[in-house]
Design a protein around this ligand. Structure first.
Ligand code: PGA
Length: 266
């Protein structure tokens, strides 16, 4: 499915589950057996599954409209990188997207804007949609540095991408202080961050000499998802915001019932 999706305007809203390091293979099967009983017309829904279960998930989702994704990938196509997963391996399994630069990867595994830029480029080159995760920490937020942090994440993270390839991208804004804490950003606060991100994307394209986003795609078509303690009880107010194009959901995506509920809001 991945080649089909690249360079297409993705249908919004988009809901992506981030299962992080959870589940056994039988739990993955059970989850999909429940989830696949529902139909979500015109919604784009994806699952970022742990690497050992990519094959199971990809087979399960093969005949559905749901996307199967990875939580991380390496920038090299192959080589001596023990423990890593290459974009060619993801292609081999029919994987549509990969999270890139999740704050847990930045915090615990030393990912930087520079390594993230390489991953985003190689993902696009190999027809894997990068779900590029950005967001400020609590300290940065309290010091009024949100704009500064997000700008450098965007400008450095996208520094290797030609502007005409930006349409192959999903951005996930996840304030680090809201991830797994139960403290979501308020709808107004998230909306203002999303507006800022869309303005920064415009600036990036305007600054680029080869500013040739394909004529049927505009910056407004690049989806910007919100993530950070999205739950059944705050999803509706968040998704109503003009510039919030969907969600990246961690904890609440582990139960089919909650994720189904979240995906049903628009
Ligand atoms: P959370 O995680 O929904 O549990 O806050 C979101 C994420 O880390 O992507």
């Amino acid at each position: 499915m991945n080649n089909y999706l690249m360079n297409k305007v993705l249908q919004k809203p988009i809901y992506i589950a981030n299962w992080k390091m959870h589940f056994t293979s039988s739990e993955v099967n059970l989850f999909f057996d429940k989830f696949l009983n529902y139909s979500f017309n015109n919604k784009c829904i994806g699952f970022a599954v742990p690497a050992p279960y990519l094959s199971i998930a990809s087979n399960k989702l093969n005949n559905s409209s749901l996307m199967c994704g990875a939580q991380n990938m390496h920038w090299a196509l192959e080589g001596a990188f023990t423990g890593e997963v290459s974009p060619l391996m993801l292609n081999d399994l029919g994987i549509s997207f990969s999270l890139i630069g999740h704050s847990e990867r930045r915090t615990y595994f030393g990912e930087t804007n520079e390594t993230i830029a390489k991953k985003i480029k190689v993902a696009i080159d190999n027809s894997i949609i990068p779900v590029f995760c950005i967001g400020e920490t609590k300290e940065e937020f309290e010091a009024g540095k949100r704009e500064e942090v997000i700008s450098s994440q965007i400008f450095e993270g996208l520094s290797l991408v030609e502007s005409d390839c930006l349409s192959s991208l999903i951005i996930a804004y996840e304030p680090v202080w809201a991830i797994g804490t139960g403290l979501s950003a308020s709808p107004e606060d998230a909306e203002s961050a999303h507006k800022l991100i869309k303005n920064l994307l415009k600036k990036l394209v305007n600054n680029s000499e080869s500013s040739n986003l394909s004529s049927d795609i505009t910056i407004g078509d690049i989806p910007v998802l919100y993530g950070g303690s999205v739950k059944e009880d705050n999803a509706q107010n968040l998704i109503e915001q003009e510039n919030i194009d969907g969600f990246l959901v961690g904890g609440a995506s582990l139960k089919p019932e909650s994720f189904i509920k979240i995906c049903s809001y628009r």
